[in-house]
Design a protein. Structure first.
Length: 175
């Protein structure tokens, strides 16, 4: 049976795709030596650590999806074996983004709009939080670290601007 269109899930997935695409765009701007760069800010992470953490943000989205459909998405647990804490190349991270996007797409294929209101227990809230809240929290986490990468690029002298962070929408005019 084909996946029935779920407008809310489709809207969330579209935004996740957008953020992955913009994150990939920023990562593609990095030179190999920039992976070892650290801003002169107390406690700042090396660029490579930020990149590994971006993948962890996507792993969080996958964790929510598997919590909603544990039987159908049990194979997601293998993603833990692919975790890259400190990547050696930007391409390694870009490949990781593609892998996580593939899994996120599969997770959303079995997610229904009604699932967004379901409460899922978490490590922080034993009584559970709505799936939508958990998905948005993980998306926010990704967006914040994408912005961190953007600022790192800016501090390293890259010519980055708002269009590197956001996909600007335009109105489609009827013919």
């Amino acid at each position: 049976m084909d996946h029935v269109t779920e407008p809310l899930c489709d809207a969330i997935l579209s935004k996740i795709h957008e953020q992955i695409e913009r994150t990939d765009h920023l990562i593609a701007m990095l030179s190999p030596e920039q992976l070892n760069w650290t801003p002169e800010i107390s406690g700042a992470w090396r660029t490579a650590i930020v990149l590994g953490h971006l993948l962890d943000c996507l792993a969080g989205i996958c964790a929510v999806l598997v919590a909603v459909q544990p039987e159908k998405l049990a194979y997601f647990n293998r993603l833990r074996e692919t975790r890259i804490e400190t990547p050696h190349t930007a391409q390694e991270v870009r490949d990781g983004l593609a892998l996580y996007q593939k899994h996120i797409d599969a997770g959303f294929a079995v997610l229904e709009d009604a699932d967004l209101a379901r409460r899922i227990p978490t490590a922080f809230v034993k009584s559970g939080e709505p799936v939508l809240t958990l998905l948005l929290g993980n998306l926010e986490h990704l967006i914040n670290h994408k912005h961190q990468l953007f600022m790192y690029l800016k501090l390293m002298g890259a010519s980055v601007a708002s269009q590197d962070l956001y996909r600007f929408r335009t109105e489609v005019r009827p013919r």
